[in-house]
Each structure stands twice: as structure tokens, then as C-alpha cells.
Design a protein around this ligand. Structure first.
Ligand SMILES: Nc1ncnc2c1ncn2[C@@H]1O[C@H](COP(=O)(O)OP(=O)(O)OP(=O)(O)O)[C@@H](O)[C@H]1O
Ligand SMILES: [Mg+2]
Length: 398
């Protein structure tokens, strides 16, 4: 076991592409760290530098107590699992798992003992004499894992290892890899662009965008306290609702204006130092779908927001109620750019809304109550659940 530390790490490819830009990240001993972000944000590049498969342009990479910048991959004592887990078709499962050990002239008895231990961990004991083509996709993925764990390396590096599996198998393997990582306690750096994998598997998540680390934290921390509009939009499904608004002085603690509606703020919200610098300036207001509540179940004193019900999607035990709000959509260039990074359709919707003075938002509610499409209704909001962002920089105001 060992920590992996990226210190001011930059990667510039020969053609000038800056794939990773001054990355500072520590993966602690035994930690399961997820790197997540949209396609092309530099995840694989970051991982390959740790593996020694890619030169480091700038900065210092440490594994355990060794700076590894100039160390050959085979001397780094780490194991990689890729998306295409290329097994040797002519070898048995036993031979496939044993392969990295036989390369090192380990005595046969120890090889056997280690392969059997790995097979036990992964539930492959009955398949050791078979060939890869006789195994299911999930079992083959487990063989690839076996090949990694049998070496007992200091760290695992995994690059989207589940992306070739069907949805059901992914859910199962997700849980298995998480359990295996906990059991073995091996430091793990796991790359994915799937935010559900990110949220469910790791101890902490590092979110990247265009080569730049945006935020590192436990899943709940990223969800509840996103550092900027990008993380706020990337983490969570359905995504956080965003609308243009302002905060003004008013009785007694100030109000948040959304369109022509006002949400009275509480003293603790207004005590937020940075927000007070944004009085009477446009900013972006974020509301998670579950924070638009039915007034019947909510605090009777909670402020209300009126919005028209456009569509109800039943997903017991929940329902997603799509609402139309009379307000200004988020229109700043940077906000549109950020949205485009997360999801192209979402960006296009924002662009269309920009001319309409209407914003589509989503409420996530228990499926028990019936809502009628076309009706206008009130929704309760606890002001402590509002997120405020600078529309230009995208930074959270906290
Ligand atoms: N060998 C290379 N030469 C030049 N540019 C490269 C090279 N490999 C990757 N890039 C570029 O570096 C950036 C980061 O690529 P990388 O593969 O690390 O992204 P990623 O986050 O893993 O994306 P994905 O989710 O699609 O796998 C991209 O802009 C990519 O086009
Ligand atoms: Mg990649």
C-alpha cells in the first residue's frame, strides 16, 4: 500500500495539447479515489502518468516514498485494469491470472496459492480450467481484476473497467469492485465518466474539466457543496436547476429574486460573506430537484415559488415533476459553456430558453401525490438549500 501524490503535474502532448494542467491531488494510503469528468478532460492522461505509460511534462509524482517521474512502469509496483481487459484466449483462466507472476520467476507453489486466493476473492474458483471465451463478460472482467490483485501491488489504476459491460452487470461489478477494494485495502485510482459509478464507489471524487481539477471531496460533500457551476451540474441526476436571479436587501434579512417572485432569506444565508458582495448583481441560483417540496409536507413558514406543471414522470417511489418558471434563464456565456461540457442537450435547451423568459425546472417528489399537468402550483423552498454562483466565473458564493 502506498499513497499517490500529484504535485503540480502538467502534461503537454507533442502537438501542444495541454491534457493535464497543474494537477495537485493526493490519493491517501488505502484510499479509493475516483477521477471523473467529461470526455477529453484528461482523466486517462492523469492515470497513465502514474502508471509510467506517459511522460510527465512538469511537476512531481510520488508513489509511496519514491518520486517516480523517471521510474520504468515495471518498477513502480502498481497494477492497471483497462476498459478492454485483453485476456489471452489460448490460456486458461488460471494461466491468465498467473501470467504476471510467471513473468517474475515465482515458485510454482506460491503462484498456485496466490491465484487460488485471487480466484476465491472474485468467485472464479470453478472457472480456473476454462478459457476466456467460455466466460461471461462480467466473469472476464473479474479475471482481469484477478490478474491485477494477484501481484499484490502497492496501488491499482483502473481506467473505465466497466464500460464494456451491459447495464445490469455494471451495477453488480460496481459493488464487487468496491467490496474487493475495501477487503484488500489497496490504494486505488479509478477513472470513469459515469457519475453514478463516481458517487457510489469511491471514498473521494476528483472532478476534472479541460485538464483542470475542479474539486476533490467525498461524494456527499460534492453533492451538497459544489465549488462551482460545473461540479454542481455534473454531480446529481436530474441535474441541479439553474436560474438567473439576484439577492437584494429587504426585510428583514434580504430576499432572493427569481423573475418577479421573491424568496425571503434567513439570517444564516445572508451571513454568507461573499454573497453580501453580490447584492443587486445578477447571479445564478441553483436548486436541487428534491429541494422543491410540496407545501403540504413542508415547513408552513417556508417561502414559496410558483411554477406551472408541464409534465409528470412517474418513477415510483418518486415522481419527477417538470415545471415552467417565469424567470430569466441562465444566459451568461460561461454558464452555457459549462453546461455544454456536461451535456450538449442541456446546453441547447438553455440556449432556446434564453429567448423565452421561461425556465424549465424539475422537482423530485414522492410518488404518492397526484399533480395535474397544466396547473400552476406553489412549491416550498428552504432558503438554506439554495446555491448561489457568480454567473461569469461559475464559482460558488459561500
Ligand atoms: N497522444 C496524444 N497526443 C495528443 N493529444 C492527446 C493524446 N492523448 C490524448 N490527447 C488529448 O488530451 C486530452 C485528454 O485526453 P484523455 O484521453 O486524457 O481524456 P479522458 O478524460 O480520458 O477522455 P475519455 O473520457 O474520452 O476517455 C484530449 O484533448 C485528448 O484529445
Ligand atoms: Mg479516457
Amino acid at each position: 500500500m502506498a499513497s499517490i501524490i500529484y504535485k503540480n503535474i502538467t502534461k503537454r502532448y507533442a502537438d501542444g495539447t495541454k491534457a493535464v494542467d497543474n494537477l495537485n491531488l493526493e490519493i491517501r494510503e488505502g484510499e479509493f479515489m475516483i477521477v471523473v469528468g467529461p470526455s477529453g478532460c484528461g482523466k486517462t492522461t492523469a492515470l497513465r502518468m502514474a502508471a509510467g505509460l506517459e511522460d510527465i511534462t512538469d511537476g512531481q509524482l510520488t508513489i509511496g516514498d519514491r518520486v517516480v517521474n523517471d521510474l520504468e512502469p515495471r518498477d513502480r509496483d502498481i497494477a492497471m485494469v483497462f476498459q478492454n481487459y485483453a485476456l489471452y484466449p489460448h490460456m486458461t483462466i488460471f494461466e491468465n491470472i498467473a501470467f504476471p507472476l510467471q513473468n517474475r520467476n515465482m515458485p510454482a507453489a506460491e503462484v498456485k496459492q496466490r491465484v487460488q486466493a485471487a480466484a476465491r476473492t472474485l468467485g472464479l474458483e470453478e472457472h480456473l480450467d476454462r478459457r476466456p471465451k467460455h466466460l461471461s463478460g462480467g466473469q472476464r472482467q473479474r479475471v482481469a481484476m484477478g490478474r491485477a490483485i494477484v501481484r499484490r501491488p502497492k496501488a491499482f489504476l483502473m481506467d473505465e473497467p466497466l464500460s464494456n459491460l451491459d447495464a445490469k452487470l455494471r451495477v453488480q461489478m460496481r459493488a464487487e469492485i468496491t467490496r474487493m477494494q475495501r477487503d484488500l485495502g489497496v490504494t486505488t485510482l479509478y477513472v470513469t465518466h459515469d457519475q453514478v459509478e463516481a458517487m457510489t464507489m469511491g471514498d473521494r471524487i476528483a472532478v476534472m474539466r479541460k485538464g483542470v481539477l475542479q474539486q476533490v471531496g467525498a461524494p456527499v460533500e460534492l453533492y451538497e457543496k459544489p465549488a462551482n457551476l460545473f461540479v454542481a451540474s455534473f454531480i446529481g441526476s436530474p441535474a441541479m436547476n439553474l436560474v438567473q436571479g439576484r439577492v437584494t436587501n429587504g426585510n428583514p434579512f434580504g430576499v432572493c429574486e427569481i423573475g418577479r417572485q421573491q424568496i425571503a432569506l434567513t439570517s444564516d444565508v445572508l451571513r454568507n460573506g461573499r454573497l453580501s458582495n453580490y447584492h443587486d448583481r445578477d447571479l445564478v441560483i441553483g436548486i436541487r430537484p428534491e429541494h422543491l417540496e410540496d407545501p403540504q409536507g413542508a415547513d408552513p413558514m417556508a417561502p414559496r415559488l410558483t411554477a406551472k406543471i408541464r409534465l409528470v414522470e412517474m418513477l415510483p417511489p418518486e415522481q419527477l415533476v417538470h415545471l415552467e418558471l417565469d424567470a430569466e434563464p441562465v444566459a451568461s456565456i460561461s454558464a452555457l459553456e459549462l453546461a455544454a461540457d456536461v451535456d450538449k442537450t442541456r446546453a441547447e435547451n438553455l440556449r432556446l430558453e434564453a429567448q423565452s423568459h421561461r425556465v424549465s425546472i424539475v422537482a423530485r417528489l414522492p410518488s404518492g401525490r397526484r399533480y395535474t399537468e397544466g396547473e400552476t402550483a406553489e412549491w416550498a423552498i428552504n432558503p438554506a438549500n439554495l446555491h448561489f454562483f457568480d454567473g461569469e466565473t461559475g464559482e460558488v458564493l459561500r
